[in-house]
Design a protein around this ligand. Structure first.
Ligand code: PMP
Length: 363
């Protein structure tokens, strides 16, 4: 859709990346580290200072004492973290439960590693997980359950009750939980993010995955990390070692310094809540209907009142005819379920959102 947006000179609210700048301070820190000569391979698990500050922040935020030596691994973005975890922990014929709509790397990562993805569909408007349905899908081959909160593309978030239900299932069946928490800080209305790391028993057999791309408006840097108990981390690092070996050194060093100031990341929920509300204000009066969005930087809009077109066609039409690019939701479902929804990324400057709103109000 980004390519189509470019071809048609359309406003691009499709792919999930901010159109505003990264902090000057962070860029200066990277520059300084490069000039000081920190330009060679980092240790495979990540630069020590970065792992230390991550462990401190995790310990404080989720009240989970975390060991930087043995439990934190810096990866090439959240995507590599997800892939390395699956490569390390899923074997030929293992089943992995995935909730659709899902981020597009999950299914291929499982299959490339010999696993069998078991898809469970979540439905609008709430995209809630029915844990009784999950229990019915568990077999002796179920190795892993993947969750994502806050959720791309729906903006749904899991509750404490969800995590308790998941914990019971994971513990009863010895299942590993892979928790994609790349939007951990983009959560609204003062809702507490439910990390698997908050629940000690669940955390002992879970891996949480995070991304600096989301937190510091720099999706192009591709740096993320996984947090997991030592026995799991040991296995993850074996895969990570031969997938990327290590990650960009000067940026890791700069991130370590930048993270020592909590205000550099604690205001993100408020920042994006304002963007969400600004976007919703801009589309008031349009026939597009917003669904609830509690986290992430995506807003789903239903276009049922406007057209009966399939979502792929609708997204194309909107881009070509009205110069506004979004993402259809059906490709996030393995079975291509089409709820007539489009996803709009609101990680954009107000002027971009204003222009998009003007176009949407006309329809
Ligand atoms: N998980 C989800 C749900 C995402 O939306 C994304 C990015 N679009 C990622 C993981 C990957 O993060 P990264 O860009 O750090 O690889």
């Amino acid at each position: 859709m980004s390519k189509l947006a470019l071809e048609h000179n359309a406003i691009n609210l499709s792919q999930g990346f901010p159109d505003f700048p990264v902090s000057e301070k962070l860029i200066e820190l990277i520059h300084r580290n490069m000039k000081e000569g920190h330009n060679q391979y980092a240790p495979s698990p990540g630069v020590v200072s970065l792992r230390k500050i991550i462990a401190e922040v995790i310990s404080k935020t989720y009240q989970r004492p975390t060991n930087p030596e043995t439990e934190v691994t810096i990866t090439d973005g959240g995507t590599e973290a997800l892939f390395s975890v699956i490569a390390a922990l899923v074997s030929q014929g293992d089943e992995v439960i995935v909730f659709d709509p899902a981020y597009d790397s999950y299914d291929p990562a499982i299959r490339l590693n010999g696993g069998i993805p078991i898809h469970i569909n979540l439905n609008p408007p709430k995209f809630a997980i029915d844990w009784e349905e999950v229990k019915l899908k568990i077999t002796s081959r179920t190795r892993m359950i993947m969750i994502n909160t806050p959720h791309n593309p729906s903006g749904a978030v899991l509750s404490e009750a969800d995590l308790r239900a998941l914990e019971e299932i994971a513990l009863n069946h010895g299942i590993i939980v892979l928790s994609d928490e790349v939007y951990e800080r983009i959560i609204f209305e003062d809702i507490a993010h439910q990390s698997v790391l908050k629940y000690p028993a669940l955390a002992s057999q879970s891996v949480a995955v995070f991304s600096f791309g989301k937190t510091f408006h720099a999706t192009g840097w591709k740096i993320g990390y996984s947090v997991a108990a030592e026995p799991l981390t040991r296995e993850i690092r074996k895969a990570h070692q031969f997938i990327t070996f290590s990650v960009n050194t000067p940026i890791q060093l700069a991130l370590a310094e930048y993270m020592t100031e909590p205000e550099n990341y604690t205001q993100l929920g408020k920042f994006y809540q304002q963007k969400r509300d600004f976007f919703l204000d801009q589309i008031k009066g349009s026939s597009f209907e917003p669904l609830s969005c509690f986290g992430s930087y995506f807003q789903l809009l239903s276009y049922k009142k406007i057209s009966g077109k399939p979502d792929m066609e609708m997204a194309e039409w909107l881009t070509k005819e009205h110069k506004l690019a979004s993402i259809p939701v059906s490709p996030f479902y393995k079975d291509r379920t089409d709820h007539r929804l489009l996803r709009f990324c609101f990680a954009k400057k107000e002027e971009t959102l204003e222009k998009a709103g003007r176009l949407l109000r006309k329809l």
